[in-house]
Design a protein around this ligand. Structure first.
Ligand code: PZK
Length: 317
């Protein structure tokens, strides 16, 4: 029996905003995820933090981290025949012993992954023209040096999906779209070609699954790394935080599409005329609840499951 989700009131867990794993070294803290290192194993923890307009907000969304983690697990499974990934089948006894005191911050919301040598590029694929792709197209008629037909409207479907790599910018800034030639310069022609091939074939498989559930996967981004010299799909995959999902039923090109998951949040932040400078506001309960329902809806549509896994998804030591 899965853990019931969608319950409200006293059965709802509080949001986990930050993790603290004592002496376990924190390798990276992202806007939403915390990454810890235990030897050659890494522990990825998806918190319930939510960002909007490039800021982490004062409120979290209860269960968001568990929902996104379990979505990633679902996609890694579905894609297992297409691409190897960084998930470790079984954590070491050493790791299990070290994390034992912190299981309440970890269970259900974490991935134990192999340390990889990460490629310094975001592998973005777009089937529709939106976001920075739309901005670049309007300014130049192309995206990452890929010429596109004239007369596209915002959110239009592209003639075919395009691979539009981006360079990671560490200092909190947005990633910068780069040409394929620049990607070749950065990582070499063979790796660039293989990452492009993998990205497009993952997108083909994922967008077909999404379409069968009434969802358009407009675009998404992947990160890859090397483990023992082999390319693996890393990071989180195909979550609403790394992808644009649109309900097919309300798709209307010619303008921006509402965000599947964050529209209530954005509307609220616009309504209070937040200046988009720190400190970011907290959210009213109604916005939190409605947003949580959107993440659940995405989870249920994509996985076909009603409930999250039981929290104890890592074997006890
Ligand atoms: C790695 N990030 C992004 C930043 C996070 C995650 N398998 C891996 N091996 C080594 N490094 C990484 C990965 C992966 N995936 C991922 N940074 C490094 C990141 C902040 C918080 F949870």
């Amino acid at each position: 029996m899965g853990l019931r989700i969608g319950d409200t009131g006293s059965s709802m867990n509080a949001a986990l905003l930050t993790t603290n794993l004592g002496d376990i070294p924190l390798t990276a803290r992202g806007k939403v995820r915390d990454l810890y290192a235990v030897g050659d194993e890494l522990l990825f923890i998806a918190t319930d933090r939510i960002s909007a307009f490039d800021h982490v907000l004062g409120s979290g969304i209860p269960d968001k981290g568990r929902i996104l983690t379990q979505l990633s697990h679902f996609w890694f499974d579905l894609l297992a025949d297409t691409v190897p990934n960084h998930l470790l089948a079984a954590p070491s006894p050493e790791l299990l012993a070290k994390i034992a005191p912190y299981r309440s911050q970890i269970d259900g919301r974490s991935m134990i992954v192999r340390r990889a040598e990460m490629f310094p590029v975001e592998c973005v694929v777009r089937g529709y023209i939106s976001g920075s792709g739309w901005k670049d197209y309007r300014a130049t008629g192309s995206v990452c040096g890929i010429g596109l037909p004239a007369g596209l409207r915002e959110s239009d479907k592209l003639p075919e999906p395009i691979f539009t790599p981006a360079a990671k910018i560490n200092t909190g800034g947005h990633d910068e779209n780069i040409s394929y030639a620049a990607m070749v310069e950065a990582i070499g022609a063979e790796y660039a070609a293989e990452l492009r091939r993998l990205t497009l074939s993952i997108y083909a498989k994922a967008s077909e699954h999404a379409a069968s559930k009434g969802l358009i996967l407009a675009d998404t981004k992947f990160e890859f790394g090397l483990v023992n010299g082999k390319i693996v799909l890393a990071d989180e995959v195909l979550t609403p935080d790394s992808s644009r999902y649109w309900p097919a039923a309300s798709y209307a090109p010619g303008g921006p599409q509402p965000s599947f998951d964050k529209q209530y949040v954005r509307d609220y932040l616009e309504s209070i005329r937040w200046n988009k400078q720190a400190p970011a506001p907290s959210l009213p309960e109604e916005v939190i609840d409605k947003t949580r329902e959107k993440y659940l809806e995405a989870f249920r549509l994509i996985t076909g499951r009603l409930d999250l896994d039981e929290p104890a998804d890592i074997p006890a030591p």
